[in-house]
Ligand binder design. Structure first.
Ligand code: IDP
Ligand code: MG
Length: 139
């Protein structure tokens, strides 16, 4: 299992607010190399499958509507210790609890609309990358 890749989505709120450029700048400045990237929109079935682990949570319906309401930027990022370093860069799930300088502190409005996704393990990084990209789209 490789440890130098993670998967991210700039969520619909980030795209709506014109924050693609500023967030990608933060990601690049932190030393992550983009090895796959596209603007895409998840269907309801896509979002239900991607977030299946949360299907019993009370916010699941809200999460699926949010994540499907407009385009996202999906990307695979490469850096040593990618999963953990990227979770540090994005900050806590709730932006009110995220450290200063983190992407969620700077760009997110709420625990539900929190600007970015970051994989939580090397295994999920691989699964989530393959969910969004064909092998030939990852460089
Ligand atoms: P993470 O994105 O920091 O890994 P998870 O617990 O995996 O956080 O939750 C997935 C996503 O579900 C969050 O990023 C957020 O968009 C949404 N979410 C998590 N907790 C809540 C909540 O308590 N209320 C509303 N939405 C939530
Ligand atoms: Mg998570």
């Amino acid at each position: 299992m490789r440890t130098d890749r993670t998967f991210t989505m700039l969520k619909p709120d980030s795209v709506e607010k014109g924050n693609i450029g500023p967030i990608l700048e933060k990601i690049s400045s932190a030393g992550f190399k983009i090895v796959a990237m596209k603007l895409t929109q998840m269907t309801t079935a896509d979002a239900e499958a991607f977030y299946a682990i949360h299907s019993e949570r009370p916010f699941f319906g809200e999460l699926v509507s949010y994540m499907t309401r407009g385009p996202i930027v999906a990307a695979v990022l490469e850096k040593d210790n990618a999963v953990s370093d990227f979770r540090t860069l994005i900050g806590a799930t709730n932006p009110a609890e995220a450290a200063d300088g983190t992407i969620r502190k700077m760009f997110a409005d709420s625990i539900s609309e929190n600007a970015v996704h970051g994989s939580d393990s090397d295994q999920n990084a691989e699964i989530e990358s393959q969910f969004h990209f064909a092998g030939r789209e990852i460089f």
